[in-house]
Design a protein around this ligand. Sequence first.
Ligand code: T6T
Length: 324
Amino acid sequence: QKTLSALAAVALGMGALVSNAEAQNKKFTIALVPGLTTDAFYVTMRRGAEAAAKAVGADLIFQGAPDFNPVTQSPVLDAVIARHPDAILIAPTDKTQMVQPLKKAADAGIPVITVDTFIGNGDYQTGKGGAEFPLSYVASDNVLGGKMAARALAKAINDKGKVYVSNVKPGISTTDQREEGFKEEMKSHPGIQVLETQFNDDDANKAASQVQSVFARNSDLDGVFGANLFSALGAANGVKQAGQQTKIKVVGFDAPTSVVADVKSGAIDAVIAQHPAEIGYFGVISAYAHLTGQSIPTRIGTGFTVMDKANIDDPAVAKFIYKD
Ligand code: T6T
């Protein structure tokens, strides 16, 4: 009897080992749903994700919407769920509106990891229900990034004057947190007045024309924080169009190749570059770890590189320029 149950235990143990080994050998399909497809930030994230997929022998599906909008992202997500990948990595385009669409993936048994942006409050796996079902959140520390931008802008304007935040739209975790960090840091710079935020809907042209109208109302405007790629590019163009390059300083987020010339010419004083390839890489590695039975951290933070005229040609810095 004893021998039998010992044998059974061994057999069971071996069974577990075999299925684990099978999992290691299985070719997994991991989907990456970006905030939008035509953004150098997500293009670079995709490269990192592809490198990791290659390393673990997984297939990567990259499928996204043409604009940063939960209304267009949801049907793309539905289509991805219908393909039933082994895991979904997604940059949800709204903290609240993407909860239900993502719940469908979780209900279909597909593990969800959010990259770049989060849903709910980004506190996952707390056992509270609601928007805490994703397994992990892999991203920059966006509050910190906003603080870093505020420090750079304060320095550029000698710690006094009027500035505003050019932002995308409320409800996006990343850009909300950057604005929050920016305003928090500016409390330590009493000589700086932060004017009302201008929302550009991820449209650089809109961000540019907003510079002109804010400047028309505030001829003593000193600086703009462009809270993401399109906000920063638009802000720099707006300042140029207003002929105010020497007066109005711009600090931006993100580092597509198109900002390099602006940084070199001084049209943009500094950019806080994220490390999107790392986000994609560690997103895929986390999914693979989970799929092969490992526990994974609920939060993985990636870094920043601050780029300005003085360092942008340094290869150690330039390697973080996005690959578009
Ligand atoms: O700044 C990134 C990303 O982090 C944010 O969530 C949305 O905008 C970008 O993709 C840049 O356009």
